[in-house]
Ligand binder design. Structure first.
Ligand SMILES: NC(=O)c1ccc[n+]([C@@H]2O[C@H](COP(=O)([O-])OP(=O)(O)OC[C@H]3O[C@@H](n4cnc5c(N)ncnc54)[C@H](OP(=O)(O)O)[C@@H]3O)[C@@H](O)[C@H]2O)c1
Length: 337
């Protein structure tokens, strides 16, 4: 283990860009975590970096991402750049000797994700993780535990839905040049949670995608994942009323998660467990899933243990995502594993 890290017991973070998700949610959540110190923020514009730093109380600012990576006082990078820059800048960060927490989806393709995996594998002393924060919320830990313990019998089906309405042409979600689209932005959660709860990869997948005429991005995508022992169906959309819900069904019961993805940091969350006709409401105390994510990531660095979500999981999720796209194009099943 790095002696400097043991002595200070705090991971010194640097932030790539003034992305909205960072400034509004993830940076304050990292700052609230036990072993973190957000030391620097970078931006293409020094002015934007200064504004964000002042708002969030970050001591150092940089007018380029390169300068941040050159800073020897930074241990870990949080990368919330648009999707097309995830792999590129995460690889640069690894080569600069930094641990990396990178936003979802990990990249634009399986091939790209594998490039990141190769870079991370070449420097095993560094921790690299895709920021699927939902997995660290106790409601998902509990859902997985209940399924594994057989609380709902044999797992048979998962149904997930994630939507919002956003027709801002400038938003990265509506731009093909930066890896936008509903499947990349939110459908990736539906794939991730299905693989997490089944604890397996789908054998084959099918997808249907509708594209916006002017943006060129998919605004409504539905998919079917065949896990052999059961199936998962999902719909995601960037142009439907905002809604999110997950249902997990087994032979003797079901689990319903009320706010599966954007679990609020300021109020408790609810899950319903129905077993043999009895309905139980399970309440989860208020918590911030981004802070929990920062805690486990820092702990892995400090203890030099594996991150809870390995990069291979990110590669596997990308493979399923690409399968959905390919199926939507061909109109046929696409074999995954
Ligand atoms: N885990 C979650 O809950 C969650 C939620 C929302 C988004 N996300 C992910 O976080 C990432 C950022 O999303 P966001 O909505 O926060 O994005 P955003 O506000 O549009 O920010 C992206 C930032 O990237 C920088 N950038 C560099 N090159 C760019 C380019 N060619 N076009 C646009 N921006 C560029 C800009 O920062 P500077 O000008 O400062 O350099 C920009 O502010 C995405 O990967 C998204 O999937 C995750």
């Amino acid at each position: 283990m790095n002696e400097k890290v043991i002595a200070m017991k705090k991971i010194r973070w640097g932030i790539l860009s003034t992305a909205k998700i960072g400034v509004e949610k993830v940076i304050p959540a990292i700052q609230a975590s036990t072993h973190s110190e957000v030391m620097a923020i970078s931006s293409q514009s020094l002015d934007k970096a200064r504004v964000a730093a002042t708002k969030l109380g970050i001591p150092k600012v940089y007018g380029s991402y390169e300068e941040l990576l050159d800073d020897p006082d930074i241990d870990a990078i949080y990368n919330p750049l648009p999707n097309h820059l995830h792999v590129d800048w995460s690889v640069k960060a690894i080569r600069a000797g930094k641990h990396v927490l990178c936003e979802k989806p990990i990249g634009l393709s399986t091939k790209e994700a594998e490039q990141l995996l190769a870079a991370a594998t070449a420097q095993p002393e560094l921790k690299v993780m895709e920021a699927f924060m939902y997995r660290f919320h106790p409601q998902w830990q509990r859902a997985r535990q209940l399924v594994d313990e057989g609380a709902i019998g044999n797992l048979g089906a998962i149904q997930s839905f994630f939507s919002y309405y956003n027709v801002d042409a400038a938003n990265i979600r509506n731009r093909t040049d930066v890896g936008g689209g509903g499947l990349m932005d939110i459908g990736c959660y539906c794939l991730s949670l299905s693989r997490f709860i089944f604890g397996a990869e789908p054998r084959r997948v099918m997808g249907a995608m509708l594209h916006d005429d002017s943006f060129g991005t998919d605004y409504l995508t539905s998919g079917l994942l065949d896990f052999g022992s059961g199936t998962s169906v999902f719909t995601c959309s960037t142009q439907l009323a905002p809604y999110q819900r997950v249902n997990i069904l087994g032979t003797t019961g079901r689990i319903e998660i009320e706010i599966p993805f954007n679990a609020p940091p300021d109020q408790p969350c609810r899950m319903w467990l129905q077993t043999n006709g009895k309905l139980e409401e399970i309440i989860f105390a208020t918590c911030n899933q981004y802070t929990l994510q920062a805690e486990v990531f820092c702990q892995a660095i400090l203890d030099n243990t594996a991150v809870p979500t390995p990069l291979t999981d990110a590669v596997d999720n990308m493979r399923v995502l690409e399968g959905i796209v390919e199926s939507a194009r061909s109109g046929s099943w696409v074999v995954i594993s």
